[in-house]
Design a protein around this ligand. Structure first.
Ligand SMILES: Nc1ncnc2c1ncn2[C@@H]1O[C@H](COP(=O)(O)OP(=O)(O)O)[C@@H](O)[C@H]1O
Ligand SMILES: [Mg+2]
Length: 318
């Protein structure tokens, strides 16, 4: 039996999702016979870790602090082995602009984009460049904050008139935003799970929104508002290609244990484009990584056991 600290909650906008991921992980750990120390991450995190001295921490946090390398840095410092990626990969995944530059430099297809921080608008007159960007990306244009997840702050601008408000909205989430080419098509996600033979890509999941034209924060976590197909029904070779891309992205960004790569399959061209990678994929009842693992014959408890084992094996030197 191992004493496992489950880190959940926290202050991020995805707190509620994290509480659900965490609760589900705790149930699985108990079924697996581990001792669970539940920690709602806050100012007493370091004290709690030092008082309870867990053998390993299961990081079930999403969004700011928990998924961006901050909590991972503290865990390294306190010397507690933990699940998932190390700080560097977390930082690269959490910042979509960094991730997209890394992907583009490595030849991974990702939709064209232009990124700016707030000072570019305030001090460098970036607004003057908007018409040129709009001409290159064509409408609709997707405007999103560099950070965040769960579609928070993601806006579709249909005309030039929509762009300023979309920017203001994206800037309310982060000091860096991007304008990205819209890819019309099917929405896919490929989860990657490390194993004895190295990272393996799980079956592709397709998310099909019902009623909505956009898969938003609400739709994502309400059972029944999005239907999922796994393995996705894809024409010749595209599933394998999506899996190859996800594996490459997992490696390029330096992810460890698990990750989930979100892609679009463009309807018109059958081309795949990587949108982003998530360092700590959701682990709720409706989340995509558990569904993909299930389709690969790995039940939730086995998934949790595997991720935990990887953390213990790769105990970081203190
Ligand atoms: N360039 C794009 N073209 C079409 N749809 C997009 C594009 N970017 C984002 N979306 C839609 O918005 C959702 C959220 O975007 P994503 O970049 O994955 O950010 P996050 O999941 O971190 O909020 C995607 O799953 C997709 O439905
Ligand atoms: Mg996403």
């Amino acid at each position: 039996m191992t004493r496992v600290a489950v880190l959940k909650g926290g202050r991020s906008l995805e707190r509620q999702v994290s509480l659900r991921s965490g609760a589900r992980v705790e149930d699985a750990l108990e079924r697996l016979g581990h001792e669970v120390v539940s920690i709602d991450v806050g100012p007493d995190l370091v004290d709690r870790l030092e008082d309870t001295r867990p053998d390993v921490a299961f990081v079930a946090l999403h969004g700011r602090d928990g998924e961006d390398g901050t909590v991972q840095e503290l865990l390294e410092l306190v010397g507690v082995p933990y699940t998932g990626s190390r700080p560097g990969a977390c930082i690269r995944c959490m910042d979509k602009v960094l991730a997209k530059h890394a992907m583009r430099d490595a030849g991974i297809p990702t939709p064209d984009f232009y990124a700016f921080n707030q000072t570019a608008f305030e001090e460098l007159g970036a607004a003057r460049a908007l018409p040129a960007i709009e001409a290159r990306l064509r409408f609709p244009i997707v405007v999103k904050p560099a950070g965040q997840g769960s579609a928070l702050g993601v806006q579709f601008a249909r005309t030039a008139e929509d762009v300023p408000a979309a920017l203001v909205s994206a800037f309310s989430y982060d000091t860096k935003v991007m304008l990205e080419r819209h890819v019309a098509g099917r929405e896919l996600a490929v989860s990657v799970l490390d194993g004895p033979a190295g990272p393996e890509a799980l079956p592709v999941v397709e998310a099909i929104p019902r009623d909505e034209d956009f898969y938003d924060f609400e739709a994502r976590y309400e059972i029944g508002r999005t239907s999922f197909v796994c393995p996705a029904d894809l024409p010749g070779g595209l599933g394998e290609r999506a899996q190859e891309l996800a594996l490459s992205v997992h490696r390029i960004l330096g992810c460890r244990s698990f990750s989930r790569v979100d892609l679009m399959l463009e309807e018109r061209t059958d081309a795949l484009y990587v949108l982003e990678a998530n360092a700590i994929p959701g682990l709720t009842e409706t989340s995509l990584l558990p569904q993909a693992a299930e389709a690969a014959g790995i039940g939730f408890d086995a998934l949790v056991a595997r991720v935990l084992e990887l953390a213990v094996e790769r105990r970081t030197p203190v």
